[in-house]
Design a protein around this ligand. Structure first.
Ligand code: PLP
Length: 366
């Protein structure tokens, strides 16, 4: 059994994907070719924003978004400590300071009530993470940001396709940043990512940053990076995008089925009214996680832990000197969460087997 089944997905769309890649090979425009422009138009339309700027990874898009907002040394960026390391790593790369607030115990996203208490004159952005496939309360986050005149960057690496009151993740904030890492709900066949914005000036700046700080040959107007998207990866996304809505529907069906079967036995994902999740990572919370993990492993069910260690406790960020006592929810969640296989083609019998195994382990460990 696979945690994420990319082989079945490839088999299903093989003809389209192979042809799309072949077209790029025939054109020999391997970097920033025609498909890159086509996929940017298609993705901007899907999200419902004016601009999409593709890039080399979901990590680079976070860096680019902060560079475009001139975030640098001494600036503070408010974010979540319960996330993949990229979120925090990119802030530190720019010599800015990650400022953490604890998470909501049900959604695992930023606890919005705590944001205002950490805003200082040095705060330059709020960077909420849409963890496991669902956006935080971005309406309230945007209201707080507007009050202090701050931009909001959504780290939407995991939430592409999710919605809040019908509007897509990536299109709800000043800048939305996503990843096309193969394991993401919309993945390419290597590294890739994209930025979304309605702001013309920010879009232009992002395009400049993407190619070494200058759009004209031999003329560089600001510090940039090499963050271009490969044309072959754009072609893969173009071939997959027409199937994405159907995949979201299948994921949602499986996610809701899991929840229906498991909600009496453990804490299941909480999707408030008005929100949809893409169920990028279906995560449950149990008091004795390690026993659950051992039991699932024994039964051949892949069940990784995203994430066992909060960012502030990672050796690289120990120097921030943060006291874990400030983050009781994050501490508890890191000890108790475990994720279950999730992909659009998870068979009913596999789902039943997983559910039975989780219930069995939950009753033993309760
Ligand atoms: C929350 C979050 N942010 C950023 C990233 C970085 O994306 P990439 O792997 O494309 O650099 C990831 C990818 O795993 C992620 O999950």
């Amino acid at each position: 059994m696979d945690f994420i089944d990319l082989k079945t997905q490839y088999r299903k769309y093989k003809q389209d994907i192979d042809q799309a890649i072949q077209r790029v090979l025939d054109s020999s425009q391997y970097v920033m070719g025609r498909e890159v422009r086509e996929v940017e138009a298609a993705l901007a339309e899907f999200v419902g924003v004016k601009h999409c700027i593709t890039a080399s990874s979901g990590t680079d898009t976070l860096t680019m978004s902060m560079m475009a907002l001139d975030i640098g040394e001494g600036d503070e960026v408010i974010t979540s400590p319960f996330t993949f390391i990229s979120t925090v790593e990119t802030i530190s790369h720019l010599r800015a300071k990650p400022v953490f607030v604890d998470i909501d115990p049900r959604t695992y996203n930023l606890d919005v009530d705590q944001i205002e208490s950490v805003i200082t004159p040095k705060t330059k952005a709020i960077m909420p993470v849409s963890l496991f496939g669902q956006v935080p309360d971005l309406q309230r986050i945007n209201e707080i940001a507007a009050k202090y005149d701050l931009p909001v960057i959504e780290d939407a690496a995991q939430s592409f396709g999710a919605t809040l009151h019908g509007k897509r993740s990536c299109g709800l904030t000043t800048i939305g940043s996503t990843s096309f890492f193969p394991a993401k709900p919309l993945g390419c066949y290597g590294d890739g990512g994209a930025l979304f914005t309605d702001d013309d000036q920010i879009a232009e700046t992002l395009k400049i940053i993407r190619v070494h700080g200058g759009l004209q040959r031999d003329h560089y107007i600001r510090l940039g990076m090499n963050a271009r998207f490969d044309t072959i990866q754009a072609a893969v996304i173009l071939a997959k995008l027409p199937h994405f809505e159907e995949e979201l529907r299948l994921r949602s069906h499986i996610g809701r089925h899991y929840t229906e079967m498991l909600k009496e036995h453990c804490q299941t994902p909480y999707i408030p009214e008005g929100y949809t999740s893409n169920y990028a990572i279906y995560t449950i919370q149990v008091p004795n996680r390690d026993q659950m993990a051992a039991h699932l492993k024994e039964r051949g069910i892949p069940a990784p832990v995203y994430y066992p260690v909060p960012a502030y406790s990672q050796p690289v960020f120990k120097k921030l000197g943060l006291d874990k006592a400030h983050f009781p929810v994050t501490e508890k969640v890191c000890d108790e969460i475990i994720s279950l296989p999730m992909h659009p083609w998870l068979t009913e019998s596999d789902q039943e087997f997983i559910v039975e195994s989780v219930i069995e382990a939950a009753s033993v460990t309760a």
